[in-house]
Design a protein around this ligand. Sequence first.
Ligand code: ADP
Ligand code: MG
Length: 339
Amino acid sequence: MSKIRILPDVVANRIAAGEVVERPASIIKECLENALDANAQQIDIAIARGGKESIRIRDDGEGMTRDDALLAFERHATSKIRSAEDLTSIQTFGFRGEALAAIGSVTRVTLTTKLHGATSGTEVFIEGGKIRHVRDAAAPGGTELVLRDLFFNLPARRKFLKTDATEAFHITNLVTHYALANPTRGFTLEHNGRQVLAVTATTDLRARAYQLFGANLLDNLAALDFAQADVNVRGFASRPHVQRTNRDGQYLFVNGRFVRDKLIGRALSDAYRNILPPGAFPSAMLFVEVPPDMVDVNVHPQKTEVRFRAPQRVLESITAAVQRALGVEPKFAPFPATS
Ligand code: ADP
Ligand code: MG
């Protein structure tokens, strides 16, 4: 008799869920990305008690058929890639096919979805990874997920969640990131019935930054627009008199994907080395664009870490972009460089 067993799917999914779903904000990240991948123009989010009690996220994207709505909760179920080769040219946020399976296994989920133009929509209720019911439902075109009782079946994990205010802070920060990266889409966020954020579709980054942060902040930022070989850097960086004690004012994106990247953080610090005193951090909204095959986004389940094929080149471009915008002598020689 063998001692090794293959775990049942429900158990395997719940274990894997830990990697994708760390806190309410990570759930909202996955749902926001799914909505954007589905080409939603308007995304409305409402949370209760920092997202621990409930999260509702509704989009007017393409919606799903009944079959797809059920498949979506299976592990490795994705409509976005078909083969390993597709990973090198990924254009969508999703591709792992793990998010909904993970979310469905640690919450109580009601999914309501309808294809635009379909006569009827579908409602699926899933609890701890098990489908409890599926039925026809009236719905507008698009998708709505209502998630209740996060980690109801993982009490140890539930204990690690922070206060409502802290979880709500992370969510607001996250939605701000996505709103910034997608100025042509509308976003709203409500916490315990109170509106926290509301931005309507607009034309460009400047207009969106104005909606989110107001004229005051914009006046203190220098615009960046810099291209060097195949690395493109756009956005805004703060003028020298703006100083923060942490990186909270830094919004970093690679190919439209929001990242927490040490390299980009370092490039920013490098650019301000002789401008800011030690311990002071600049604010910035940095959009780095590189060809898809120059960056690997499949490093971490939450996809907030990326790996560049030529990190030095990216680093130099960012530093140069910021220094040029601030009128500082460039620290690096212009291209062509090695690596
Ligand atoms: P991935 O995004 O990596 O493909 P997910 O588990 O996040 O995996 O979603 C599984 C599939 O469900 C997606 O590939 C997509 O086809 C479908 N889906 C999920 N959310 C939405 C949505 N908001 N609108 C339309 N389709 C969706
Ligand atoms: Mg996804």
